[in-house]
Write a protein that binds this ligand. Structure first.
Ligand code: SF4
Length: 314
């Protein structure tokens, strides 16, 4: 389901050997890289790599045993498996917390770079790094600092952001601030909600920054005293009914004919509400007038027609 929505890499928590062995089975059913998230037990990392995980995410500081990390690194090297060194502000070592008087960005960076050094000394360089905190400003600062000190790919995101609405805002503010500095190679939106929203929100962030375009962009006005139709309902219905379209067309749903088409003239296809009717406009030009009871159906037909023309010269 997530792959269909545009997810390009997926991570699963591996809690026991049975889970590690299941990686091979999962991979048979998907077409995107699968990353195993490992804590504490090196045997789980080793089994995940043997089962075909494309990458593993570890926090080297909590891998048990003196030889555990070395064994993981040696096997990953032989198999070409990438390793993500993931540092969370909540799991920093005691010494660093004391040195920096808390889980500061500087402490996260020092922790990550010391693990990187350890792994590099074992002759391993197929690495990426993440520094996650639920504090947006600390996360931004941590990525700024580390990007000045390493060229490894950086996986960015704000962790434990909360439920859908506040989590979306925090993720958008944090991730886009980091991306706007030219930092970041992969992103993860973390929400305490259905995981499909993580992909949807991620694409909205990338679309806003014009980094990626996928699927329709819905433009809808906030309504005002001029609006004479139930625009919230119409916009939500349109959003639902066009969510399967993959091409990046702009679709506008506007409340009135006075300002609607003009405000949304960049849209490929749009609708503007009137009294008991609405007009459908295409690239700013009037296409047809439709009675309100038929407006949704006719508009969806026109959106699909516009999507099917995408990429062909008009
Ligand atoms: Fe108001 Fe019309 Fe603008 Fe919507 S498009 S905000 S209804 S003026």
């Amino acid at each position: 389901e997530l792959e269909e929505l545009g997810c390009e890499a997926i991570r699963v928590a591996v809690l026991d050997l049975e889970a590690a062995k299941a990686i091979g089975e999962i991979k048979k059913g998907i077409h995107i890289p699968l990353i195993a998230d490992i804590h504490f037990d090196p045997a789980l990392a080793l089994e995940s790599i043997r089962s075909g995980a494309d990458g593993i995410r570890i926090n080297p500081g909590n891998i048990r045993g003196k030889e555990g990390l070395r064994e993981i690194v040696e096997l990953a090297k032989g198999r070409g498996t990438a390793i993500r060194i993931g540092v969370n502000s909540g799991s920093l070592g005691r010494e660093l917390l004391k040195k920096y008087s808390g889980p500061t960005p500087e402490a996260m960076v020092e922790s990550a770079l010391s693990f990187v050094k350890k792994v590099e000394e074992m002759g391993f360089f197929n690495l990426k790094i993440s520094l996650k905190s639920s504090n947006v400003l600390d996360t931004i600062r941590a990525y700024e600092l580390i990007s000045e000190r390493t060229d490894y790919p950086l996986h960015i995101g704000i962790t434990e952001t909360g439920t859908l609405l506040p989590g979306t805002v925090k993720s958008a503010v944090g991730i886009s601030s980091i991306l706007m500095k030219g930092i970041g190679d992969t992103i993860r939106v973390s929400l305490c909600s259905d995981p499909k929203y993580e992909i949807i929100v991620a694409y909205e962030i990338l679309r806003s920054l014009e980094i990626r375009k996928r699927g329709p962009e819905l433009i809808a006005c906030p309504t005002c005293g001029r609006c004479e139709i139930d625009l919230q309902w119409l916009a939500q219905e349109v959003e639902k009914r066009i969510s399967d379209i993959k091409v990046p067309i702009k679709v506008a749903v506007m409340g009135c004919v006075v300002n609607g088409p003009g405000e949304a003239k960049e849209a490929d296809i749009g609708v503007a509400g009137g009294r008991g009717s609405g007009i459908i406009f295409k690239r700013g030009r009037l296409l047809k007038k439709v009675v309100e009871t038929r407006l949704l159906e006719e508009f969806i037909d026109e959106v699909r027609k516009t999507a099917s023309e995408y990429g062909k010269s008009s």
